[in-house]
Design a protein around this ligand. Sequence first.
Ligand code: E4P
Length: 217
Amino acid sequence: MKFFVDTADTGAIVELRDLGMVDGVTTNPSLIMKSGRDMLAVIAEICEIVDGPVSAEVVALRADDMIAEGRKLAEIAPNIAVKVPLTWDGLKACRVLTGEGRMVNVTLCFSPNQALLAAKAGASFISPFIGRLDDIHLDGMDLIQDIREIYDNYAFQTQILAASIRSPNHVAECARIGADVITAPPEVIRSLANHPLTEKGIAGFLADWEKTGQKIL
Ligand code: E4P
């Protein structure tokens, strides 16, 4: 399973990349706002930091305008994945942009039928939002399972990019189900290393080591 990091914080991307934990990056207008930086400049910098796909989201609502924005974003670097929303206009833009050989990430997916449409429109990635479904008391993980089954039934090549990931359990469940990619904030990726029994085990070993009076170095 590939790890994308969901952030426009270039320092965090570099840190995780150097550990081998970054196969790509996703951004959205809210993350750009949080970074306080110019979108085109920060996306260009991210594309130099990572070799994998970097999602940059359009903000237009009409297909023609999305296509124009998508072309401009795709000019930044060859590893740009143009992110379009899962609307009828977004699907039209997806079809045109993928036809031009560009990567397209269709985002804000909340149902199996939406994912089916994105695959038929030729999307490179479909982004189902787990956490936002959980927020309204639905089970976001059911959506990942449903899309995996549907895509496997028909051998669709669109990659499932599980998004809106909020916890280590989301990551483990996505891996179990077989999502192709997860995208998560840096703090969630870092938290995957944590386990209370690991902390407890280290404390116990160090206490006993002290009693030996030995040193390794
Ligand atoms: C993914 O592409 C989105 O940017 C992101 O996962 C949304 O996450 P949120 O629902 O926590 O904002």
